[in-house]
Ligand binder design. Sequence first.
Ligand code: PEP
Ligand code: MN
Length: 335
Amino acid sequence: MIIILKHNPRDGDVETLLGSIKARGLVAQPIANEGSNMFGLAGDLTGISEDDFLRNPAVDKIVRVKEAYKLAGRKFHPEDSVFDICGRKVGGGNFAVIAGPCSVESEDQILSVARDVKSAGAQFLRGGAFKPRTSPYAFTGLGLDGLELLKLARDKTGLPIVTEIMSAEHLSEFEADVDVIQIGARNMQNFTLLRQVGALKKPVLLKRGLSSTLDELLLAAEHVMAGGAREIMLCERGIRTFETATRNTLDLSAVPVLKQRSHLPVIIDPSHATGYWNLVEPMALAAAACGADGLIIEVHNHPEAALCDGAQSVTPQVFRRIMTRVNRVREAVAQ
Ligand code: PEP
Ligand code: MN
């Protein structure tokens, strides 16, 4: 639903209108490229009638639109979103690199990898403290101790931390300590968690579900945004197909499609998409070439001994080379 205001409405009437929108649990999103006299309503419009707002003297017209993702979509937000996350710009032509191990394993490991990825040019440190594992007998992460080690790595390197939340039980720790909250592929449609994380209003890295369409990913982002958050990075991390040569199939066309439909930055995860460290570099270069806004890459100081995802983890040396080559690709495509 779009509300179009009259020319020069009275401030008091506009305030009353905004109050009545809020009271119905809806969000009024100004339509950026049309001046300030229009806004879209986001939220659950079931049972809301145009008459509810037409009575207000500030309102000229109401237009109903069938736009599934009002907050995540480009329609009401034509320009690329640019976020400032701990002093790092994300989106709108900036390139964000998030790197680190799949899981936090020890103080030595996380500090060593954090220092190496920082010196190679990464802007964010990743590391799982709570790990979703297919087998219940696999290493499921160090939990809150892992979060403490990530904080230590942030203190020592200055890199903001990106880590996955698995359960609402840890919302308060993530709110206090985590710079970017990752929602993993397996939780992309955990709608309750999406809302609860959204309500923290913190930056979120939202990974595409293993078998989710791009529409479903954008609707998941809409859930997080309806909760209140605005700084959402969409992450393509490979999808399930019949191909078995790679762990998943990297859907690189997700980059232009998502960017056509949404103003949110798109990050590529070539590690989970391929499953093999020696496929990470070519796919990272391809992601940079097709306009991705960044990468999330698994890096381990001893991949052969990693407790999780060693086969797809690159060494710090390989990561450094990827960074150099990605920058060259970005320069080449910018010309
Ligand atoms: C991860 O980033 O380590 C992870 C578990 O990713 P995904 O949710 O994409 O499988
Ligand atoms: Mn992993």
